[in-house]
Design a protein around this ligand. Structure first.
Ligand code: MLT
Length: 202
């Protein structure tokens, strides 16, 4: 298996939540939220390998919201390879992997949808932006995606969030986008919405 520091918690159902933390987080951050989102799913939670002033991220950025696209492409592919080898290693169903990412983790999850669409069957993107515009439009038919944003987010504007929803819809995904009266931080409203949305997913 490719080397990502990670946590794996085996669940009772066939679904696995791929938990992707925000900048400065680690593999343990989203485990409690993952359990709240789905008490029965397995949880796979890697730690981002890029360090920004010692703070883990999933890919490099040049400035706030300005991404190093070459690094983003390479890191997306590396993470996608890790997820598929982890699926084999832990004998989980590779067709039932749902990403749940926050901020930088949501951005690499969106990157995976756009560049390696075979990895994820669905995704929950908390406070996500457009990571990149792919050269070829992926086929995201039958992929369900929830985008949950904050009205007062100083990092992700409503226009940016709308652009992400448009990009994913244009690729055929079934996208739900919601805004809450909050900032960039995750709130219980986001978690409640995502739990409800996930409970209706096949
Ligand atoms: C990013 O760099 O992915 C976004 O700016 C979100 C963040 O990590 O602050």
């Amino acid at each position: 298996m490719t080397d990502f520091i990670h946590e794996f918690v085996r669940g009772k159902s066939e679904r696995t939540l791929l938990l992707l933390h925000g900048t400065g987080g680690n593999e343990r951050d989203l485990i409690p939220i993952g359990r709240e989102l789905d008490p029965d799913a397995s949880l796979l939670s890697p730690r981002g390998k890029t360090l920004e002033n010692g703070r883990p991220r999933f890919f490099r950025r040049l400035a706030e919201g300005v991404f190093d696209l070459e690094d983003l492409r390479n890191r997306t592919s590396e993470l996608a390879d890790f997820v598929s080898s982890a699926a084999q290693h832990y004998e989980i169903d590779g067709q039932k992997i749902v990403a749940a990412g926050y901020s930088n983790g949501a951005n690499i999850a969106a990157g995976m949808l756009l560049l390696r669409p075979e990895i994820l069957s669905a995704a929950i993107l908390f406070r996500a932006m457009v990571p990149l515009v792919p050269e070829t439009t992926p086929d995201l038919t039958a992929r369900r995606i929830l985008i949950s944003e904050g009205d007062h987010d100083p990092i992700v504007s409503a226009a940016e969030a709308g652009r992400l929803a448009g990009l994913l819809r244009n690729a055929g995904a079934d996208v739900t986008i919601r805004f809450f009266p909050s900032g960039h931080g995750l709130t219980s409203d986001d978690v409640d919405l995502a739990r409800e949305w996930l409970s209706k997913l096949e």
